[in-house]
Design a protein around this ligand. Sequence first.
Ligand SMILES: O=C(O)c1ccccc1NCC(=O)[C@H](O)[C@H](O)COP(=O)(O)O
Length: 210
Amino acid sequence: MPVGVKICGLTEAEGFDACVTHGADWVGFVFFDRSPRFVTPEQAAVLSRRTVGGPERVGLFVEPDDASIESTLRHVPLDILQIYATDERARHIRQRFGLPVWLSRPVATRADLPLSCPVERILVEPRPPNNATRPGGNAQRLDWSLLKNWQPPFDWMLAGGLNVDTVADAIRTTAAPAVDVSSGVEKAPGIKDPEAIARFIAHAHSATAR
Ligand SMILES: O=C(O)c1ccccc1NCC(=O)[C@H](O)[C@H](O)COP(=O)(O)O
């Protein structure tokens, strides 16, 4: 089965269309207003309507309250909620909205690797630097060797600092079933590079896990 690919932080039509054309499995909309990739629910809806079907739409929320998710969903239909929050909040959100939930897990040492998944999928990401203004999307690479022989019995995804040149190696080293990228396929903060999106997806699909 080919590795799943999520392109996160779409803000404009060219990038969104490249994800559709080149077969991304998921596109992410960042509803966190301190991000260079922030979009309003209305902007996400306009992008999302550019095609029927295509990649699943993932909405990214940082410690959201129920009201902000609810009002976002009123504007843009999302297939998946990606959450930066506690396990308890993630379970609640899954129950409350009836949508699959993906939960981010910051990893700095092997001891940080989760043993179980309270929702549909875990995103394994590097722990952000102390001075970071956001919990993800920092172009910071995880030490892939931490994941060697880690074979969790749940769905997960590798994120953090991936790019066209490193994604195949990352998949071979970690056996990640899916990968997530944002900064690595941008030509400027928040603006995706369609050519890089095409190459990233091709390289990910060509990689054979160990
Ligand atoms: O992208 C953001 O600005 C962002 C803000 C707040 C929380 C998470 C955010 N991004 C998460 C991601 O896009 C993914 O984890 C991504 O694949 C990793 O980002 P990058 O290292 O930039 O590829």
